[in-house]
Design a protein around this ligand. Structure first.
Ligand code: GLN
Length: 550
């Protein structure tokens, strides 16, 4: 079969939505019956995204096979409704690691191993392998960073070599930014012209330019870019800011993008069908009712942009579930430190500005996402207690599940010093503990890729909220954690009304806990947010939103 490739590169500046553009182009091609997969290339030397701080880098997205990847992989999975694996993700570190391993194994047969061509060749090998594995007609390849950066030049080199080898089956999309300076009030094309030239100097000419900006691009500017950048006018695509990323495929389709791409690839597939997708994308604007969810966590300190990026899969899962319930979602970020009187950053102790826990009653439900470390933990535990006692729907993910058991041990079992050993190593009641393998990893500072990662099975107990939500007896969910529920406490918590509703059948590790006699109190050791798709919301998120609406 013929494998075709579309490389997506960035110009002018980062952060303009290359990932969503890549996913959206994939989506419109898929909607025409073409089989699409996607690859993300991160220029970092980090071997994976697992060791990067989410405040700086955004969410760490975990695949079924346990790779810790960039959050764009989540966009690809959500838009394409497909499961990607570690072969769909690469970093500079990962590529070099393989080349060096091969060299050590004498796989280069005594030749001198050089940055060029051996690094680009390894990049190409990976791209082709991912495409072959997926049996993809078209493989979207997003190259991180922007053209002109030293960091991604070897990836551009790989793309150039692939085009040289098979020019008919490789296309390039430049995603650029068109600023509208306030004092001019006019959209400027020059930075994009420079970006195109920079790309040209890497031996690559864009087939398409996607023009991001606050506004729609008008005809004169489209023509100008066409002439100066040597791209057909129909290949200059406007991509203004929109209220939801899920509108973007339709926006591209209105400009005939899939037809132009497919023509270039000499493919004649069926007509586009985005009806279901468009209906999903419009609920937020058309629904009469809304559901109000408070997300309580700690990575909320560096402005809205970062905060939503750190939990993007959680946010998207809540949207999918709300929209499937035909309601719009109102999300509010609550810094758990607000519940630790006087501890709020920058404020003196006792300043009295701490948010009152009672405010939580104004939410239809509360969610505590995953997290690490000690900051803001007391506030999370107070939140959980409040939700448990006041019967506010509560959904805890990973750390949110672990801390629910800590709260329960303290306030229901009366073990006031109970804790996770992550926070209190010497706790008398380590209800969340660490297994010997993980302890060794921590002691030896072996942090990269050593957590319990990826998909594991979980057997559900009949008659529970979880069992009802999933509608089946065994499920598989993705993990990313080091600590575990300590089964020494299993009998005690169950006696007092906490139900262990999900257990790993091979290891006996606790995967889900829930409460009897509460409208919805569920904690999961895994990350259900990585499996939610716009048109296939995750069953537990759906059940949570349903409970919130009652
Ligand atoms: N910090 C906890 C652990 O390592 C939870 C991790 C998470 O929430 N992803 O087990």
């Amino acid at each position: 079969m013929t494998h075709r490739y579309i490389f997506v590169v960035g110009g002018v500046m980062s952060g303009v939505g290359k990932g969503v553009t890549t996913a959206s182009i994939g989506k419109i091609l898929q909607s025409r019956g073409v089989h699409v997969t996607a690859i993300k290339i991160d220029p970092y030397v980090n071997v994976d995204a697992g060791t990067m701080n989410p405040v700086e880098h955004g969410e760490v997205f975990v695949t079924d096979d346990g790779d810790e990847t960039d959050q764009d992989m989540g966009n690809y999975e959500r838009f394409l409704d497909t499961d990607l694996t570690s072969i769909n993700y690469m970093t500079t570190g990962r590529v070099y690691q393989t080349v060096i391993e091969k060299e050590r194994n004498l796989e280069y047969k005594g030749r001198c191993v050089e940055v060029v061509p051996h690094i680009p060749l390894e990049v190409i090998r990976r791209i082709k392998h991912a495409s072959a594995q997926a049996k993809a007609d078209i493989t979207m390849v997003e190259i991180g960073g922007t053209v002109g950066e030293y960091q991604n030049i070897l990836f551009l080199e790989a793309a150039r070599m692939m085009h040289l080898e098979d020019p008919e089956n490789v296309l390039f999309v430049l995603v650029s930014y068109l600023p509208v300076p306030k004092h001019l009030g006019e959209m400027k094309t020059k930075p994009t012209q420079y970006a195109t030239r920079t790309l040209n100097s890497a031996g690559i000419h864009p087939d398409f330019i996607v023009c991001r900006g606050e506004q729609y691009m008008d005809k004169p500017r489209r023509e100008k870019l066409s002439v100066f950048c040597n791209v057909k006018p129909e290949a200059v695509i406007t991509a203004p800011d929109v209220s939801s990323i899920y509108h973007i495929p339709a926006l591209f389709e209105e400009q005939g993008l899939s037809t132009t791409i497919l023509k270039k690839f000499r493919l004649k597939p069926r007509a586009s069908d985005l009806r279901k997708w468009k209906a999903m994308a419009s609920v937020q604007e058309t629904a009469q009712t809304s559901v109000r969810v408070g997300v309580v966590g700690k990575y909320f300190s560096t402005g809205e942009y970062t905060l939503s990026d750190s939990y993007i899969s959680v946010i998207e899962s809540l949207k999918h579930a709300a929209w499937a319930n035909k309601v719009k979602i109102e999300l509010e970020w609550i810094n758990s430190e607000d519940f630790e009187d006087g501890k709020k950053s920058g404020l003196k102790a006792g300043s009295g500005s701490a948010r009152k826990l009672a405010d939580l009653s104004s939410y239809d439900g509360v969610l505590v996402p995953g997290g690490f470390g000690t900051r803001g933990i007391d506030g999370v535990i107070s939140t959980i207690r409040y939700c448990r006692e006041k019967k506010i729907p509560y959904f805890g993910l990973c750390y949110g599940m672990q801390l629910a058991t800590v709260e329960f041990a303290r306030n229901v079992l009366g073990k006031t010093g109970a804790h996770t050993v992550e926070v209190d190593e010497a706790t008398k009641d380590p209800i969340i503990h660490v297994n010997p393998v993980q302890l060794k990893n921590i002691r030896e500072n072996r942090y990269g890729g050593t957590m319990r990662l990826g998909a594991y099975d979980c057997a559900l107990k009949p008659g529970t909220i979880a069992r009802k939500a999933y509608g089946k007896a065994t499920i598989s969910e993705r993990h990313r954690h080091r600590y575990e529920f300590n089964n020494d406490y299993a009998v005690a918590i169950q006696k007092k009304g906490m139900v262990i509703s999900g257990v790993n059948p091979q290891t006996g590790l606790v995967e889900i806990v829930e409460l009897k006699g509460h409208p919805f109190f569920v904690g999961v050791q895994f990350h259900p947010e990585f499996h939610s798709r716009p048109l296939r919301p995750h069953p537990l998120f759906k059940a949570f939103i349903t409970a919130c609406l009652k």
